[in-house]
Design a protein around this ligand. Sequence first.
Ligand SMILES: NC(=O)c1ccc[n+]([C@@H]2O[C@H](COP(=O)([O-])OP(=O)(O)OC[C@H]3O[C@@H](n4cnc5c(N)ncnc54)[C@H](OP(=O)(O)O)[C@@H]3O)[C@@H](O)[C@H]2O)c1
Length: 289
Amino acid sequence: MAQIAFIGLGVMGYPMAGHLSKAGHSVSVWNRTSKTAQQWANEYGGAAADSIAEAVSQAEIILTCVGADKDLREVYESPEGIIAHAPSSAILIDHTTASAGVAEALAKSANHRGLSFIDAPVSGGQQGAEKGQLTIMCGGAQEHFDAVRPVLECYARALTLMGAVGSGQKTKMVNQIAIAGLVQGLSEALHFAEQAELDVRKVVDVISKGAAQSWQMENRSGTMIDGEFEHGFAVDWMRKDLGICLDEARRNGSKLPVAALVDQFYGDVQDMGGNRWDTSSLIERLRKK
Ligand SMILES: NC(=O)c1ccc[n+]([C@@H]2O[C@H](COP(=O)([O-])OP(=O)(O)OC[C@H]3O[C@@H](n4cnc5c(N)ncnc54)[C@H](OP(=O)(O)O)[C@@H]3O)[C@@H](O)[C@H]2O)c1
């Protein structure tokens, strides 16, 4: 059993840290809003630390799941942060969806202190985190990946080392690019079915047995038909992710016309007040008169 610190108990981090504690690891948590850490400790029996320094002081493995690049810079590189306070030889693993550039920069700062770093963004959403069924895409050295595998398996359905640091984030970008076009396609299909005055649920029932089937159709079409979006993966997060994808595409020369367009469509959803709606809310801007 490992000594673990977990930083960032949001929608994703809270249940992920919970799986580690339930598996018998010794887990110390820190969250910016301290009452969440206290609530977590009451629920799972681990320790709620008052500072990052306290949370990581004994840790062999330090996990993070925060918001975006700037948040990572704060929790890793500030004088109160992880890199300044982690015990030497600790392995740092980040589950945030962020840029490959920030992963590479954090790995460099970590290496200067003899620490190792793995970028490990996840897919599978809140439900995947709660059920311990996440897909985890890692970038880092094989020996570090092998060392942390049993810990990450506590909440993984699939766990793969993709290559050097940054490769996990680049793989997550591929995932988000694929989802963006798919959700827009599904939104247009359901909107068309509504306008054609078909029985939309019956349409989904039949076409989901054929080539149009997808995770989004399976898991999101029902709530899209009902116009219910108070769940899942927030539009604000998706815009952050598509911004990262478009920046990386400018660097590597790939063309992402549909992802760029869907990013603007999500901007329309934000203008409709949908910042925290699920990403399947793209259909709402088609329904808008
Ligand atoms: N939700 C999903 O379905 C999903 C799926 C895959 C990947 N992701 C990615 O996973 C990451 C976390 O998502 P989430 O849904 O768990 O977000 P969330 O519920 O908003 O939680 C964010 C967490 O990060 C902490 N945090 C943010 N900025 C911080 C800072 N500057 N310093 C310290 N702590 C900070 C927050 O602390 P407070 O409690 O104090 O705000 C909170 O614990 C994001 O990168 C997201 O894109 C999310």
